[in-house]
Design a protein around this ligand. Structure first.
Ligand SMILES: CC(C)(COP(=O)(O)OP(=O)(O)OC[C@H]1O[C@@H](n2cnc3c(N)ncnc32)[C@H](O)[C@@H]1OP(=O)(O)O)[C@@H](O)C(=O)NCCC(=O)NCCS
Length: 132
């Protein structure tokens, strides 16, 4: 598996198969734009195909938020998700706050990566889910 934080590789990778379970997922061009406009990303890829990604948005001074982490279903359970989080953590460990929201069953996954359980609040505009 190859890992990179260089978003220019996105132009030559197959980006299909992500946003599993999303009723109204972003198109590949919106997906690519989202990754390119992020503060930091880490990508896992193999044979010209994107296998996993994590992105981070930030003010670059104090705070960062990790909105999305996903590994293609057929590649899950091989440590790729963990590796993506470890790698992006290295790129943002100069910041004070690194936050994310996740389902209860993923808390142990993030605890193993040094993060702490917290409470949060969110808003979702489902009619904007595809980012168009
Ligand atoms: C969450 C996700 C990115 C993990 O990627 P992955 O490559 O499968 O993770 P890893 O192989 O590094 O797994 C590491 C550990 O997390 C555990 N884990 C992974 N997904 C889990 C889940 N949904 N619930 C509980 N545990 C999970 C694995 O069992 C593994 O534990 P182990 O090391 O004790 O065996 C992947 O399951 C995924 O893409 N899920 C759908 C999208 C999603 O939920 N993203 C997270 C948004 S906050």
């Amino acid at each position: 598996m190859n890992y990179t934080n260089d978003v220019s590789v996105l132009d030559k990778l197959d980006l299909n198969g992500f946003f599993v379970g999303w009723p109204n997922p972003p198109s590949n061009s919106v997906f690519k734009k989202m990754l390119k406009q992020s503060y930091k990303v880490f990508l896992a890829y193999e044979n010209e195909k994107l296998i996993g990604f994590v992105n981070c948005i930030s003010d670059g001074v104090l705070s960062a938020y990790i909105p999305l982490l996903e590994v293609l279903p057929e590649y899950q359970g091989q440590g790729i998700g963990q590796e993506l989080v470890r790698k992006i953590q290295q790129d943002i460990n100069h910041l004070y706050m690194v936050d994310l929201l996740c389902d209860e069953d993923l808390i142990p996954f993030y605890e193993k990566l040094g993060m702490m359980r917290a409470t949060g609040a969110l808003l979702r505009n489902y009619d904007r889910q595809n980012g168009e």
